[in-house]
Design a protein around this ligand. Structure first.
Ligand code: AMP
Ligand code: GLY
Length: 435
């Protein structure tokens, strides 16, 4: 089967890597891909927003399955266009991707389906939001842009002044463009974060293994929020009880509620959760696989990725056997360009890629890379540049492998967090809560 993966990040590199190992794969394409993806797939020079170009390319290359990675084309309706053209696609339609495209919709859905989430209020007017913040008694609170902001639209405000600045930035300075025209102010939840991602075929829900992302830019979970600076899988937080609650109180009701209101979900549904003393609460839903979460999940997948993705796209998940996983742990360290998430300077030559990939049990996924003009060098092309993933029998060994390989990489101004997995390694206790 010929497959096209849409996107150019580490998540898409992980998809391509898993698909290239799958029995039954024919020609594997990526659009637009990156310098790492190019070693495992044929890269097509088509932008992810070029819906007509992607549909035409899928036809031309007799692609039978398209996997859409990023939220942009999902929210823009690429899956709808592919299906209209008779091409199977793994990813939600525009209507279903709304669960990521609007936090106000997501909060409302949680209220209607009784899914645990932080209490919140949404605002279309800056002055009303500011008046509300001035009246809050318990701090911190969380201010979120309603729309897509690449993980950067969330501020944890410790004081009314910080909250008001966040409201002004989003609504008056238009820092996130139209995504900040509406904002959410919600209660701060205390606990530890967990990412649970499920493969969904419109009806059936197959929950993947657990993973955990590190969103803050700097060590010790400090600094601004990013798209994710590293991740690991599995997490000790996912006890059987937590699993049951997430499946039954979060994922299944979400899929069923969406199905009942004309937003039938297919693809990867990502629940970002806070595991609190009162159990799991939803922080966010994404209508796609997490990045860098997919980079630590897919190396552990032992089932045939092509079969799973194809079953999800074609409503056949119920026929698939249980998903098999390696008992190994995986730890991924993101190597970013100096100022990320503030800014980045593309075009810096990257060295040490082959040496890093040569370490046993290590995979180097490219997140933001390209070839130099003469095609001889690999250079940076984004804020997050690489995700170096180590595997091993426990988190410590997976993490050691990732950092040893990451030390081989060099480019001007590179930066990484040095503490991926720190809380999990320090605190080995499982969550305990009574409900
Ligand atoms: P989101 O994009 O909504 O997942 O928010 C990004 C990050 O902000 C999350 O991964 C959390 O680290 C943090 N966050 C979001 N909402 C809350 C909340 N209600 N309480 C505490 N932390 C939060
Ligand atoms: N790593 C978080 C996300 O993909 O949204």
């Amino acid at each position: 089967m010929n497959v096209l993966v849409v996107g150019s990040g580490g998540r898409e590199h992980a998809f391509v890597d898993a698909l290239s190992r799958s029995e039954g794969i024919g020609r594997l394409f990526a659009a637009p891909g990156n310098a790492g993806i190019a070693s495992q797939a044929e890269c097509l020079d088509i932008h992810v927003d070029d819906t007509a170009g992607l549909v035409a390319a899928a036809r031309e290359h007799q692609v039978e399955l398209v996997i859409v990675g990023p939220e942009g084309p999902l929210v823009a309706g690429l899956v709808d266009a592919l299906r209209d053209a008779g091409i199977a696609a793994m990813g939600p339609t525009k209507a279903a991707a709304h669960i990521e495209g609007s936090k106000a919709y997501m909060k409302d859905l949680c209220r209607r389906a009784r899914i645990p989430t932080a209490h919140s209020k949404s605002f279309n007017s800056a002055s009303e939001a500011i008046a509300y913040c001035e009246g809050i008694e318990t701090w911190p609170v969380v201010v979120k842009a309603d729309g897509l902001a690449a993980g950067k639209g969330v501020t944890i405000a410790q004081t009314p002044e910080e909250a008001i600045t966040a409201v002004r930035d989003a609504m008056l300075q238009e820092r996130f463009g139209a995504a900040g025209a509406r904002i959410i102010v919600e209660d701060f939840l205390e606990g530890e974060e967990l990412s649970m991602i499920a493969l969904v075929d419109g009806e059936a829900v197959a929950v993947l293994e657990s993973s955990r992302d590190h969103k803050a830019a700097f060590d010790g979970d400090t600094g601004p929020n990013t798209g994710g600076m590293g991740a690991f899988s599995p997490s000790r937080l996912l006890t059987p009880r937590v699993y049951e609650q997430i499946e039954e109180r979060v994922l299944i009701p979400t899929v069923h509620t969406m199905g009942g209101e004309g937003r039938t979900f297919t693809g990867l549904l990502y629940a970002g959760l806070m595991i609190t003393d009162d159990g799991p609460f939803v922080l966010e839903f994404n209508a796609r696989g997490g990045d860098p979460e997919m980079e630590v999940l897919l190396p552990r997948l032992e089932s045939n990725a092509l079969e799973l993705f194809s079953a999800a796209a074609n409503g056949r998940l119920a026929d698939v056997e249980d998903i098999r996983w390696s008992s190994d742990h995986a730890c991924g360290v993101v190597i970013a360009d100096g100022d990320y998430p503030a800014s980045n300077t593309p075009g810096k030559t990257i060295s040490g890629l082959d040496r890093a990939a040569g370490h046993p049990g290590v995979r180097v996924y490219h997140m933001g890379t390209r070839f130099s003009g003469d095609g001889r060098r690999v250079e940076t092309a984004g804020g997050r540049v690489l995700c170096v993933v180590g595997t091993g029998p426990d988190l410590q060994s997976a993490r050691d492998a990732a950092y040893a390989a990451a030390a081989e990489i060099d480019f001007e101004g590179m930066r990484m967090r040095t503490d991926i997995g720190h809380r999990e390694l320090v605190d080995q206790t499982e969550p305990s809560f009574e409900i």
